[in-house]
Design a protein around this ligand. Structure first.
Ligand code: NAP
Length: 483
């Protein structure tokens, strides 16, 4: 095993501690993962110093010049797509085709923000005073700390890093430990493409230690986080102690509602895609299906049939629909929830165990699972599992379905399948989520539109689209008397 390094001011750096932390094997059990530097506050300090030192030079470039850099990063990423996708498949267990799709999307995100460089970066406001020119310009915040999860190890970091750089900030990036090698390779790819050393610095290691050091550092002007609700809340409370600008994208318990007038072919396809791609490990994955009583039996039977046809297999195997979970512990915890739900009266219709058919080199696999007769009061109906598990609940009517949708602490994504315009609008108005879908899967946000959750799924700011600039830059109003 060769060790990974932090990347500070364009240089590979060992941790100041001189130590490494072993990581064990990949989710599918096939590869020994590279050890992480045992980073401490001294390393974080150097990374922030590098970002702060690079700020004057980077922020002085025009927006189009920074946009050109993003376009070069897009081309570099596209050219390394094959290698990086393979790394993603190995390190986090994402099926290769999905990993390639993630990179293709990330390339478009970079190109999108490159294009945004040519949009207006401010506004002119009519002054009520004579001979006064009143205008607003966008300014960078300074050093931005980005803390990211393992499930989209390329796309989520780029959704943060691209607009942060475009707006003239420099970045210290702390990726999830489970996706550290992908983060290291991505950083190297960007540096090789000409990104100035210090514009992006990478620190690997303990989330709690590095996250706390970044949030407490007075040179850090903002923190952007995507991950679990528990960590996001902790982080935003810490950030609030020094009024630090903080964006948190957090967990979800996303629901699909199938109304009695739904196109069931469409609904079942979208549930399977939304719930079982990447083994349910997406923040927007479908984990609840709420069905109106008259179509419950039919939806349950169709889903059970489809689940029995999905191929569970290693992420690099052709034809794999869902691979392993990030860890065997993730499977254990999902199984605990499944057993508890069964004990409370739910019924396993499909899956419900580790797969029995096939050869698996690790315990991190879970058969795609469907539970029927789930009640809203059962923990499985409100806890984010991050696993290929769907809880099916019955609703009396659309209003009842919407109250079930809203009965969790999360508010990320929710879908309704219906052929009625009235039901679609009623749902869109009443579902308390950041992303409403009509006749579409819960997963699959488009990068040019704002994305984020309500309640415990987010902290209010939105990312993606032009909404990103609201977080990654600050408006200044300039009033200028010219006579
Ligand atoms: P996580 O455990 O919360 O970790 C996210 C990041 O935070 C990692 O880099 C982690 O580092 C770091 N971290 C851990 N403890 C920290 C602390 N005390 N202070 C600061 N940072 C800390 O989440 P995950 O398991 O990687 O990702 C899965 C979660 O992300 C799910 O809940 C999912 O819903 C959510 N998610 C949300 C969105 C969205 O857009 N809303 C998108 C994707 C995922 P280490 O890895 O070193 O612990």
């Amino acid at each position: 095993v060769t060790e990974l390094a932090n990347v500070i001011h364009g240089q590979n750096r060992r941790a100041a501690s001189g130590r490494w932390d072993e990581r064990g094997r990949s989710p599918d059990g096939t590869e020994e993962l590279r050890a992480l530097p045992s980073t401490d506050e001294r390393d974080v300090d150097q990374a922030v110093e590098s970002a702060a030192a690079t700020l004057p030079e980077w922020s002085a470039l025009t927006w189009p010049r920074r946009g050109e850099m993003l376009r070069a990063l897009a081309a570099a990423l596209a050219s390394q797509s094959e290698d990086l996708a393979t790394q993603i498949a190995i390190e986090v267990g994402k099926p290769l085709g999905e990993a390639k799709g993630e990179i293709a999307n990330a390339v478009r995100v970079l190109e999108y923000f490159a294009g945004l460089a040519f949009h207006s970066e401010g506004e002119l406001v009519s002054s009520a005073r004579d001979a006064v020119h009143l205008f607003v310009e966008r300014r960078p915040l300074g050093v931005v700390a980005a803390i990211t999860p393992w499930n989209f190890p390329v796309n989520i970091p780029i959704v943060k890093i691209a607009p942060a750089l475009l707006a003239g900030n420099t970045v210290v990036w702390k990726p999830a430990s489970a996706a550290a090698a992908v983060a290291y390779e991505l950083t190297q790819c960007f540096l090789a493409a000409g990104l100035p050393p210090g514009a992006l610095n990478l620190v690997l290691g303990s989330g709690e230690l590095i996250g706390s050091a970044l949030v407490d550092d007075p040179r850090v002007a903002a923190v952007t986080f995507t991950g679990s609700t528990e960590v996001g809340k902790q982080l935003s409370q810490r950030a609030a102690r020094r009024s630090l600008r903080c964006l948190c994208e957090m967990g979800g318990k996303n629901a699909v509602v199938v109304a009695r007038d739904a196109d069931l072919d469409l609904a079942v396809d979208a549930i399977v895609e939304g719930a079982f791609r990447f083994a349910g490990q997406k923040c927007t994955a479908t984990s609840r299906v709420i069905v109106e009583a008259p179509v419950r039996r039919e939806v349950t039977e169709r889903l059970a049939r489809r689940l029995s046809e999905l191929t569970v297999g290693p992420p690099l195997q052709v034809g794999t629909y869902l691979g392993p979970l990030i860890s065997a512990g993730g499977v254990d915890s999902a199984l605990d929830h499944i057993r508890a739900a069964e004990a409370a009266g739910a019924r396993v219709v499909a899956g419900g165990n580790r797969p029995t058919a096939g050869q698996f080199a690790s315990d991190a696999y879970l058969a795609p699972t469907l539970l029927d007769k789930v009640a809203p009061s059962m923990p499985i109906a409100s806890t984010e599992l991050f696993a290929p598990v769907v809880a099916l609940l019955e609703a009396r009517n659309l209003n009842d379905a919407v109250s079930i949708v809203n009965a969790t602490r999360y508010g990320l994504s929710a879908s309704v399948f219906t052929s009625s315009l009235t039901s679609a609008f009623t749902f869109a108005r009443k579902a308390d989520v950041g992303a409403v879908q009509v006749n579409l899967a819960t997963a699959g946000a488009e990068f040019q539109a704002p994305f984020g959750g309500t309640k415990d799924s987010g902290t209010g700011f939105r990312e993606q689209g032009t909404a990103s600039l609201e977080f990654y830059s600050e408006k200044r109003t300039i009033a200028m008397r010219y006579a």
